[in-house]
Every structure is written in structure tokens, then in C-alpha cells.
Write a protein that binds this ligand. Structure first.
Ligand SMILES: Nc1ncnc2c1ncn2[C@@H]1O[C@H](COP(=O)(O)OP(=O)(O)O)[C@@H](O)[C@H]1O
Ligand SMILES: Cc1cn([C@H]2C[C@H](O)[C@@H](COP(=O)(O)OP(=O)(O)O)O2)c(=O)[nH]c1=O
Length: 222
């Protein structure tokens, strides 16, 4: 995971279990930073590129070999790398809805078919961009489950709630593993004691911590 060491430009990723709000908040963060005069580029994993399309097709068909998915996600994000670097080279902030951290959590989750060893997932993502800031959206699984149930065409699957709980545990394990590898890892609560926090409150917390990090970097590079 190579960093880039630029001043103002930073690679910011949002992570969390399904339904945590990574898609919602990566878009909101980009919009708010643009209004403040920052240039931003928005990315998502899986991407909308060729490999991302294959991944989405596989995911839509149900549980799948996580070893193979690890390689597909790694290839998809490696194909994104030049676009992210181009964004940073232009002095723009790269904001991504998920990153290789998702692979560490999802593809090693042992209730999914053929889970991959987490150290192997780390190796196959050796050349993925290392985020400068990781925002972990900490949402209780029952809340995420309820949100997913509101998505069109979704079905209330009890095993889905079980999986979300397991993924939440995997993320806690992964966040400990990557301590010291990513310069700034922040946890933003998306729910507290079974109550959802309003989108705007969560978005404000994310913007606050990102702006503080950018100011720190701008001073430290000055
Ligand atoms: N803080 C929030 N309060 C209420 N609903 C939210 C909040 N954040 C996200 N949502 C809703 O929850 C659903 C899942 O959000 P999404 O960003 O798609 O999650 P993810 O990308 O993490 O799966 C969406 O319908 C979104 O509008
Ligand atoms: C990036 C990534 C995502 N995923 C999973 C997380 C989601 O369930 C799914 C992405 O589909 P998507 O519909 O984009 O979900 P979300 O909006 O929650 O990001 O793929 C992995 O299993 N490994 C990965 O490396």
C-alpha cells in the first residue's frame, strides 16, 4: 500500500458494514468539500469498470468463493490506482466508497463460502493505494439491517442480520490489525443505543475530522 505524500491532496476512504452509509456519506463529503473550494474525485469499490461489473454480477447471484472475490476486488482496485493517482496529482482529494479494508473484513469472514486467510488478502492487495484517512462508519448491525430492508427489492433475511453482526466483528479485528499502517483512522457513530443518528449530524462529524486532518497536513508540509 504505497502512500503518496502530497500536501493538500489526500486519499480518503469510507468503510463500514452494508447499510452503514458509506455510499451516502462519501457523496455528501465530496459535495461539502467542493462547496468549501476543494477539488474532489469520487470513487467506489466495486468500481463501474469491467472487473467491477463482473463482481457486481457475482454478488447479485448470492454467496461466492471469497478467495476468488479477493482476487477480483484486488484487480478492480489496482485498475483504479492510476485514476486515483491522477486525481491526487491534480491536487484533488480522492474520496472512495470502500477500499482494500473492505476485502480484509468481507473476504475473510468465515460464514461466507471459502473464506480467504486475512494475511493472504493483505498480500494480494500489496499494491493497492494506502488511504491517508479511513472513516469507519460505526452503525449497529440491527440498524443497518433495517436500512437494507428498506432498499427496493430487498428481502428480510434473518441470516443477513447474523452476517452483519459477523462483519461488524471482522471490522473490529481489521481496524486493530491496520493500526499504524494508515495515518488517520477515525470512527464516526452512525447510531447510538439502537437509535439512528441523523444523516446531517454524521456528515458534519465526518467533515470536521477530514478538515482537521487536511489543516494538520497543510501545516506539517509548510
Ligand atoms: N444517518 C442516516 N440516517 C438514516 N438513513 C441513513 C443514514 N445514512 C444512510 N442512510 C440510508 O441507509 C441506506 C443505506 O445507506 P448506504 O449509503 O447505501 O449504505 P452502504 O453504502 O454503506 O451500504 C440508504 O437508503 C441511505 O439513505
Ligand atoms: C470493496 C469491497 C466490497 N465488498 C462488498 C461490500 C458490499 O456488500 C458489496 C458492495 O456492493 P455495493 O452495492 O456497492 O454495497 P455498498 O453500497 O454497501 O458498498 O461488496 C467486498 O466484499 N469486498 C470488497 O473488497
Amino acid at each position: 500500500m504505497g502512500g503518496h505524500g502530497r500536501g493538500r491532496a489526500a486519499y480518503i476512504v469510507l468503510e463500514g458494514i452494508d447499510g452503514a452509509g458509506t455510499t451516502t456519506h462519501s457523496k455528501l463529503l465530496a459535495e461539502k468539500l467542493e462547496k468549501l473550494g476543494y477539488c474532489t474525485c469520487l470513487f467506489e469499490e466495486p468500481s463501474r469498470g469491467d472487473v467491477g461489473i463482473v463482481i457486481r454480477k457475482i454478488l447479485s447471484q448470492g454467496p461466492f468463493d471469497q478467495r476468488l472475490l479477493s482476487l477480483l476486488f484486488a484487480a478492480d482496485r489496482l485498475m483504479l490506482r492510476s485514476s486515483i493517482e491522477g486525481c491526487l496529482d491534480r491536487g484533488c482529494l480522492a474520496i472512495s466508497d470502500r477500499s482494500w479494508i473492505s476485502s480484509l473484513a468481507y473476504q475473510s469472514y468465515d460464514d461466507f463460502p471459502d473464506p480467504a486467510p486475512i494475511e493472504w488478502i493483505y498480500v494480494v492487495n500489496r499494491y493497492a493505494m494506502r488511504p491517508d484517512i479511513l472513516v469507519f462508519l460505526d452503525v449497529e448491525p440491527a440498524i443497518a439491517y433495517r436500512r437494507l430492508g428498506r432498499r427496493k427489492g430487498s428481502r428480510e433475511l434473518p441470516e443477513r442480520l447474523q452476517a452483519l453482526r459477523g462483519l461488524a466483528r471482522r471490522y473490529e479485528h481489521v481496524l486493530k490489525l491496520i493500526e499504524g499502517i494508515i495515518p488517520l483512522v477515525v470512527r464516526v457513530k452512525g447510531s447510538i443505543n439502537g437509535c439512528e443518528r441523523p444523516v446531517e449530524a454524521v456528515s458534519r462529524d465526518i467533515l470536521t475530522v477530514v478538515l482537521a486532518a487536511l489543516r494538520y497536513w497543510e501545516h506539517s508540509k509548510a
